[in-house]
Ligand binder design. Structure first.
Ligand SMILES: [Zn+2]
Ligand SMILES: [Zn+2]
Length: 167
């Protein structure tokens, strides 16, 4: 029974982390935290980008769960494991499949993975912090829907820029 509970905690942590990452990406990285994230939306030289600091912060959080969880043998250890699994999935999908920063895997296979990759490419269609779509990393909405949303956002952005310059 306890194995089932532990697996449930791990899966819940992965899902929770995707929701958390989505919110952080949308409201922090594309908001006050743009200073770090901008490096990921523009071409940068070198192996690392400033945006990787977010991954470092999340790793520290996962490590904290491991430490606290192992001290009193609690379920928090499994939350740490869930966060680590999420980190690996993020690295494979985002850094590996979409941005090809890792030497694996070669190509997205299957409808789900292709949708994820296309959705994140659409996220990068806008090069500023405004107007972006698709903020998740391991789950994405329908690509056609995202394309419509992007088009709408770009039109809105154009309109607000026009009124800005007219003032
Ligand atoms: Zn972004
Ligand atoms: Zn990206």
């Amino acid at each position: 029974m306890s194995i089932l509970i532990n697996i449930t905690i791990i899966i819940a942590s992965i899902i929770g982390m995707e929701i958390f990452a989505w919110a952080i990406h949308k409201y922090v990285m594309h908001g006050p935290g743009w200073g770090w994230h901008e490096s990921h939306h523009t071409e940068t030289d070198g192996v690392f980008e400033k945006n990787d600091l977010y991954a470092v912060v999340f790793s520290v959080i996962a490590a904290a769960f491991f430490v606290i969880g192992s001290m009193d043998q609690s379920w928090l250890w499994y939350v740490g494991l869930g966060l680590t699994v999420y980190g690996v999935l993020y690295a494979v999908v985002h850094d590996g499949l979409v941005h090809r920063r890792l030497p694996f895997p070669r190509k997205a296979r299957g409808r789900y993975m292709k949708r994820l990759v296309q959705a994140h490419r659409l996220h990068h269609a806008a090069h500023t912090k405004h107007g972006c779509v698709s903020f998740g990393f391991i789950w994405a909405q329908d690509v056609q829907k995202l394309k419509r949303e992007l088009k709408h956002n770009m039109a809105e952005l154009g309109r607000s820029q026009q009124t800005d310059s007219a003032e």
